[in-house]
Design a protein around this ligand. Structure first.
Ligand code: TRP
Length: 444
């Protein structure tokens, strides 16, 4: 009916969606949370939440996007009427906030990758990190990264996003696999595997572990802000959505798991677990370069692969974040893609400059986005599809062979399990997040 852009192939869509899901969340955030929250038990919980709440919400986003063929704000009003418009706005706002600090971290990874290629591994990663992670250096790389993302998104869905993703994803997989294999050959790697894979459930049920595992499942799958919904709006009407959900979820978890198989053996083989124990935002950027430096010649190659994988992952994720904002402007304001990319991209780069200048702002934005915005977005979305939307079960089944009972289970998960889990998580994460914001604002 319209001349809406489309993916040129199903594989292209899959690459782009996996590209959105696989990013800094899988490598940087997953490893530092696993280290901070005590290893394998956290991984098990994260897998559980991916299956129980992540995949149902992903399927909900795919269903809305494909059915409406519109960007999230209009997709929600298409299925739910005016009442649900504001949820679409929340999505756009969330995309705005996440991309603005995500791009700063991505900027660090470009810097590290470039230095590993041209100069070698830094000898004093601690001071290196504090030098480049805030201030004008961080700002310049952040703007550089945003410019690349804008340059890709402006070319459109199939000529820009799809083409890049279809090359980027196999490349990333290759990088991560080679490092994981190399890590297995290191002497002392065993202790790393033990830490990573041997679950001690004693403290797995600490509330903050549960809360971060649920939040991570959401973040890693790119849920709660319409990113997957936006990509699904460029799908042909008969795509098999349950199948796509399983593929995207499986690959996303697979890459996070592989990332653990590269990070933990390296850390333990080189005896730097103490650095990771007190894990924070910067841990990987300090601890791992220390390990790379200690590996001698091979360390430089590993560093190049590792940081290139981060750059590639960050790039395809950032593309999806920008596309949410851009598609809202294209569909809602009738702007050209070029104008939308230009306006959205520069304003996001501007907001991100605060995170580039001060790492505490970055940390705060990460907390607000993950502990608040994404969870509220996901909660509202599950309530919409679970309770308010008319006959989602028939809608999701279009193009799929899957049985009706299976989809009824999906609907019930959205009605009950997802809202209950998300409310529980919000209940515990909102107060501390607000306190942190308050403390920062009253004493910056
Ligand atoms: N999933 C990405 C990662 O793991 C980050 C990301 C991209 C994202 N798009 C998103 C997170 C949308 C939440 C919502 O790095």
């Amino acid at each position: 009916m319209t001349n809406r852009e489309q993916w040129s192939s199903n594989l292209g869509f899959l690459a782009a969606a996996v590209g959105s899901a696989v990013g800094l969340g899988n490598m940087w955030r997953f490893s530092y949370l696993t280290a901070e929250k005590g290893g394998a038990a956290f991984v098990a919980l994260y897998l559980f939440f991916t299956l129980a709440i992540g995949l149902p919400v992903m399927l909900a986003e795919l269903t809305l996007g494909r059915g409406a063929k519109k960007s999230p704000i209009l997709a929600l009003t298409h299925f739910g009427g005016e009442r649900w418009r504001s949820l679409g706005w929340l999505f756009v706002l969330t995309g705005f906030v996440i991309l603005s600090y995500y791009s700063v971290i991505a900027g660090w990874t470009i810097r590290y990758a470039a230095e590993a290629i041209f100069l070698g591994v830094p000898l004093n990663p601690g001071s290196k990190f504090s030098e480049i992670s805030q201030g004008s250096d961080a700002f310049i790389y952040h703007v550089f990264f945003m410019a690349i993302v804008m340059g890709i998104v402006v070319r459109g869905v199939s000529r820009g996003i799809e083409r890049v993703s279809i090359v980027a994803m196999p490349l990333l997989f290759l990088f991560v696999c080679s490092i994981a294999i190399y890590a297995a050959t290191l002497e002392g790697a065993g202790a790393g595997y033990l830490y990573y894979l041997n679950a001690d459930f004693a403290n797995a049920f600490a509330i903050d572990v549960v809360v971060s595992a649920a939040g991570q499942a959401f973040f890693s799958l790119s849920l709660g802000m319409g990113a997957i919904m936006t990509f699904a709006s460029y799908l042909p009407p008969k795509s098999d959505l349950p199948r796509e959900t399983v593929m995207i979820g499986g690959l996303d978890f697979g890459i996070a798991f592989l990332a653990g198989l590269m990070v933990f053996p390296i850390i333990f083989a080189l005896g730097i677990q103490a650095d990771v124990g007190e894990s924070t935002l910067g841990a990987l950027f300090v601890a791992l370069p220390k390990a790379f430096a200690a590996m001698g010649g091979a360390g430089r190659v590993v560093a190049i692969f590792f940081f290139s994988a981060l750059v590639v992952g960050a790039l395809t994720s950032a593309i999806s974040l920008l596309e949410v904002v851009v598609s809202a402007a294209v569909d809602g304001l009738n702007w050209s893609r070029k104008r939308s990319v230009w306006v959205a991209g520069t304003s996001i780069a501007f907001l991100g400059s605060f995170a580039a200048w001060n790492i505490e702002v970055l940390d705060l934005m990460d907390q607000v986005a993950n502990n608040l915005l994404l969870l509220v977005g996901g909660l509202a979305l599950s309530i919409f599809v679970g309770w308010s939307m008319r006959d989602p079960v028939s809608e999701v089944q279009i193009g799929s062979q899957i049985s009706r009972p299976a989809m009824v289970v999906w609907h019930q998960l959205l009605r009950w399990a997802v809202p209950v889990v998300l409310l529980f998580v919000l209940w515990h994460s909102v107060p501390s997040t607000l306190v942190n914001v308050w403390n920062f604002l009253s004493d910056p």
